[in-house]
Design a protein around this ligand. Sequence first.
Ligand SMILES: [Fe+2]
Ligand SMILES: [Fe+2]
Length: 189
Amino acid sequence: MSLAALERDLKERLHGHHRRLHHVYGVRDTALKLGKIQGADLDALRWAALLHDLTKYDPPTVQKQRILRHYDPDILSEYPEPLHHAFDAVVVARETYGIDDERILKAIESHTLGRPGMELTEKILFVSDYVEPTRQYPSCVKAREQAFINLDNAVMLIIHDTIRYLEREGKRIPATAYETLNYYQKAGD
Ligand SMILES: [Fe+2]
Ligand SMILES: [Fe+2]
C-alpha cells in the first residue's frame, strides 16, 4: 500500500471531520519539520502521522474488537475509551497497510500518553500531535516553542498538561502517563 493510497483512505475515513483531517496534516507537517531538525526518518514519520488518528471515529465496539486481535484485554479497561484509537490504529496499520516497521507502530501506539524512553520517531509524533498549528491553547503554544529547543522538555510539558486534562475530565489515568511524566522530568534539562 502506498502513501498516496493511505491519503485517499484518510480523506474518506475522516470525511465530515474536517478539523480532524487538518489536525492530521498539521501533525504530519510539524513532524517533518521536527524530523529534519532531529535527523529522523521522514518516511516513517509520514506514515505514523497519517495513520495515528485514522480510526478515531470508528464505533467503539468495532475498535475494541480489532484491538483484542493484537492486545491483552486489560488495555481496554486500563485506558479510557477516547484513547483506544491509538491501539486500534496500530492494528489497522498492520492488517490493512502491512506496516511492520516497529518505529511507526510504536509511534502510533504511544501518541496519546507517550512512554518512558521513547525512540526519536515516537517522541516526534507525540510532540507533533500536541503542538501542530491548529492547536492554539496557551499550553500548546508553550510546548511548541520548547519542541524546537528541547524535545524532552516538550514531552514533559505535554504529558503534564495531558494528565491535568484527564483529571479535569474525570477520566481514568493509566500508569503509563505518570511513568512518562517521571521519566521526562528527569530527561529534560
Ligand atoms: Fe489521537
Ligand atoms: Fe492526533
